[in-house]
Structure formats: C-alpha cells, structure tokens
Ligand binder design. Structure first.
Ligand code: ATP
Length: 337
C-alpha cells in the first residue's frame, strides 16, 4: 500500500518532536547534533548527541542549531531535520510528506524562509509554517475556530509565546526570547555569584528540573540538591547543596519577564475576549510550564485561573499535524512547495 505520512514538527530550541498522522508522536529528541569539527560530518543526532554536550574531545563538536526558536546554524539545522524526517520514512510511506512546522510568532521573514527551505531540502513535498501558540491550542483540542477567546502561554526553551486566539486567528500576542534556557543561565549565574562556583548549563537545567520553583511555599523551600562545580578561587571541584528558596530567587528575573508578557497581552486584549479567558482560564504549555508553582504565580499575578496542559511538551507537534485537516486555518498559513 502506498500512503502519504504527513508530519507535524515542533522544531524546538530544546527538543524536536515529530507527529505523524495516524501514529502520534514518533520522534521526541533533543535538538542537538554532534559533528566532526574538521569535516562537518554528522556523527550523532538527538539524545546521543545531547549526552556529548560540554564533554566532547577537540575533534567533535556538539551543536544546538536553534537559538531562541529560530535557526542559528542553517547547515546543522538542515542535517538535523533531514535526519528526523528520514527516520519517519518507512517502506510503505512512499510519497514525500506534507510537513507543518511550528515557529515562534515574532520571527522575521528571513528566519521563516530559512525554515521553509530547510523543510523542502529535508525531503518535504510541501512545507507550512504555523505559529506555535496556534499549533499548541489545536494540539490541546481548544475550539480555535469559534468566536471564543482562548489564551495560550507557551513557555519553551528559547521563547515564551503568549497569544489570544479567536476565529482561527491570533488576535493579540507577545513573544519574548526568554524561557527555559534563560532560567538555566540564571541558575548558573546565581551559583557563580553566590558560591563562586562554576557549573555548566546542563547542570543549571538539572537543578531547575529537580528543585526549580517560582511560588513561595514551605514545600518548595524544603527541596534541595547537591551539585559539583569548579571552585573559582582554587580551580578545584567543590560540592555544594542548593536549596529550593535559592533557586526561586535565582529565577526571579526571567520569570518576571514572562509574567510581564502575559500582563501586556491581557492589556491589549479586547474586553469580550478577556471575559472568555476569565471563564475558561489561561492555558499553559511548553516544558517551562512544568516549573513548580508557575500556575499559581500566573494566577496570583493576573487573577485568572490557570489550566495546565496535560502533556505540555507535545501539543505544538500534535497541533501542527492536526492542522492539515483544518482547511480554513491551513490556507492562511505561509507555505512553499
Ligand atoms: N519539569 C520541568 N520543570 C521546568 N522546566 C522544564 C521541565 N521539563 C522541561 N523543562 C524545560 O522546558 C524547556 C523545553 O521545553 P519545550 O520542549 O516545550 O521547548 P522547545 O519547543 O524546544 O523550545 P522553543 O519553543 O522555545 O523553541 C527546557 O528549557 C527544559 O529545561
């Protein structure tokens, strides 16, 4: 049998997910490529490449080809996309797929073109771009085509996107290049300044996932984790214990920027749609929405209840795949073939 396996792709700063119609999420791997430093030959892609980050010998480089949700290194991003699309090809999927790729709202035309072209070069028959919050809303099954206001806050690795959607379009939005990566960096900086100990970004991320929190609570204060870094005075390894309250303090600056983006979007939203949002709640998605207390903080700062997506890291890819069945929205998307 010859079938076409259309794909929805969340080409994320941190993770790439691929949704295949009829099959669900078929790929979920870090957006990392390990290459030979001299020849540029790709050695590993995805999880195996991420394990090499910060640990490679001089002959190998491990690269994250996306920064802030956009392509920072075209050739490497293309190699990664080719690898992932290639992995979905089976002997029965004979036709080239149609591919929908989720992108941050605020990206430039040049950045869009780079992604469209990379998709075509990677083997797609046709490439569509969909704004990530729209994809996320569709993936979560929200009624985006009705005259109802839905607010989505998608906190990814590179960008936080806040959007109000009604009648199949984004009505108002804010996109900031502050999200999970900045949280990791804020922790790295806090440890450096407070303990005079250097740790890497992967360790910063581990601390965030293990004990990161953004809303005061005795439960979070009681969290702690041990990390080993390099003492900046002696140059020797040193073990330190970090506590929940400290991480909350470290995360304040990036988290406040996220809260401001939500408030600014609400201020720009027409009153009728605000009424809908108050009734339905603000929907959060993206890996950053898993940070402990993020929902409570947004509720406290906006006075609106928060509904957390059940599977917050898959919704963009699922929605990008499902939009292929929504003709009215699909025809509005930027595309090439
Ligand atoms: N339990 C958790 N607590 C806090 N942060 C988390 C958790 N799990 C994952 N993250 C963070 O979520 C981010 C990745 O989220 P996601 O996969 O939604 O982003 P992305 O789609 O790759 O990025 P972008 O949309 O910005 O391109 C990373 O910064 C990761 O550290």
């Amino acid at each position: 049998m010859v079938v076409r396996r259309d794909l929805g792709i969340d080409l994320g700063t941190a993770n790439t997910l691929v949704y295949m119609k009829g099959k669900g999420i078929v790929i979920n791997e870090p957006s990392v490529v390990a290459m030979n430093a001299d020849t540029g030959e790709v050695i590993k892609v995805g999880l195996e490449a991420k394990m090499m980050l910060g640990k490679t010998p001089a002959s190998i480089v491990a690269v994250r080809p996306l920064r802030d949700g956009v392509i920072a290194d075209y050739d490497v991003a293309l190699a990664m996309l080719k690898y992932f699309i290639g992995k979905t090809r089976t002997s029965i999927a004979f036709f080239k797929p149609r591919v929908v790729i989720g992108v941050p709202i605020g990206i430039t035309d040049v950045e869009k073109r780079a992604i469209l072209e990379a998709g075509l070069e990677a083997g797609a028959a046709r490439v569509f771009l969909i704004e990530e919050p729209m994809a996320s809303a569709i993936g979560l099954g929200l009624d985006v085509e009705e005259p109802n206001g839905n607010m989505i806050v998608d906190i990814g690795g590179g960008t936080t996107e806040v959007a109000v959607i009604s009648l199949g379009s984004i009505v108002v939005w804010e996109s900031i290049r502050i999200a999970g990566d900045e949280m990791d960096e804020a922790i790295v900086q806090y440890v450096r300044e407070t303990y005079r100990v250097a740790i890497g970004e992967r360790t910063g991320e581990r601390i965030k996932i293990e004990i990161g929190n953004v809303f005061p609570s005795p439960e979070y204060d009681g969290l702690e984790t041990i990390v080993t870094g390099i003492d900046l005075s002696t140059g020797l390894p040193r073990r330190i214990t970090i506590r929940g309250g400290e991480v909350r303090e470290a995360l304040m600056v990036p988290v406040n920027a996220i809260i401001d983006a939500i408030k600014t979007t609400l201020e720009k939203t027409p009153p009728e749609l605000v009424t809908d949002i108050v009734e339905r709640g603000i929907v959060t998605s993206g890996g950053g929405s898993l940070t402990r207390g993020m929902d409570k903080l947004i509720e406290k700062e906006t006075g609106i209840k928060v509904v957390r997506a059940e599977d917050p890291m898959s919704s963009v890819a699922i929605g990008a795949g499902k939009v292929l069945d929504k003709v009215d929205i699909l025809k509005k998307l930027q595309q090439v073939d």
